[in-house]
Ligand binder design. Structure first.
Ligand code: DGT
Ligand code: MG
Ligand code: MG
Ligand code: MG
Ligand code: MG
Length: 268
């Protein structure tokens, strides 16, 4: 087909192919969720409906897009890791990122009712996205560790902060002053000695966030097969199914990665 004289504009498109052999991480973060949480009466410091909806949306991203091996989420963010050998959309960063962001956002709206029931969604939420490449397993694990450490630091602060306000009767300004300059041990101590709260017994989903991975399930089902003489026979067949499973556990140490050796690919 003859090219039109306009065809040259195609060459203005930037090449955003992601470097080979690198893990491609897409991180989404809710736009202005400080306000979104206020307007939708999210419980403080953690709203399990909101966290559940984030995880449901991330599951939809993993199930509907190709080549995501693990995702990790906390607060209003979720990170998706594409396997390093992925060639999905020729590794074009903008394609990968926008597919993740739009699938996630539409799922967030689509599944809203399953988590918030009759409470209306007041306006369309948005999520920003970014792409980061990690060339080694160590770098990728350090990335996920960084997000989980962020979850821990924020959740510890938020938990003691809202305890001081909700149970201790402090104003938010007083609680802020009280926590100025405190270390993790001080925060644990305030909760334990003044409110009888052992932070380490707080729900894992709040302290550790959520890792979604693919798990193989061996399923045995009975199938009826037709025999040559027209009779039917019931036979047992085993098949392997993949499904996304959620883990609220430490992902910084080695144990998680040793228990799930298929998430990472060889470094060489
Ligand atoms: P951004 O990301 O720059 O557009 O602005 P924000 O406001 O989304 O800021 P960000 O992402 O740093 O912080 C997340 C906000 O979301 C934070 O203000 C608290 C809120 N949030 C997330 N999860 C919950 C929750 O479970 N309960 C409540 N009450 N708030 C939450
Ligand atoms: Mg932000
Ligand atoms: Mg945000
Ligand atoms: Mg955030
Ligand atoms: Mg098209």
């Amino acid at each position: 087909m003859a090219k039109s004289k306009f065809e040259y504009v195609r060459n203005f498109e930037a090449d955003d192919t992601c470097l080979k052999n690198c893990y491609i991480v897409v991180r989404l973060d809710g736009r202005n969720f400080h306000k979104f949480a206020e307007q939708h009466n999210f419980l403080k410091p953690n709203d399990d409906r909101a966290l559940g909806l984030m995880t449901r949306s991330a599951r939809s991203v993993m199930e509907d897009l190709d080549d995501i091996t693990i995702s990790y989420g906390q607060s209003d963010e979720f990170s998706f890791v594409f396997k390093r050998t992925s060639n999905w959309f020729k590794r074009r960063a903008s394609k990968l990122m926008t597919h993740v962001a739009s699938q996630f956002s539409s799922s967030y709206v689509f599944y809203w009712r399953d988590y918030f029931g009759d409470q209306p969604l007041l306006y369309p939420p948005g999520f920003d996205g970014r792409v980061v490449l990690y060339p080694s397993n160590r770098n990728l694990r350090d990335y996920i560790s960084w997000r989980q450490a962020d979850c821990h630091v924020n959740n510890l602060y938020n938990t003691v902060f809202w305890t001081l306000v909700q149970k201790g009767g402090l104003t938010t300004t007083q609680a802020e002053d009280r926590l100025k300059g405190t270390l993790a041990a001080d925060k644990n101590e305030i909760m334990f000695s003044e409110f009888d709260i052992n932070y380490n017994k707080e729900p894992l989903v709040h302290r550790k966030g959520t890792a979604l991975i693919w798990e193989k399930l061996e399923e045995t089902v009975t199938k009826s097969v037709k025999l040559p003489n027209e009779a039917e026979e019931e036979v047992l067949v085993t098949r392997t199914r993949r499904r996304v499973s959620a883990h609220h556990c430490d992902v910084i140490g080695d144990q998680f990665w040793e228990e799930h050796p298929n998430i990472l690919e060889d470094d060489n």
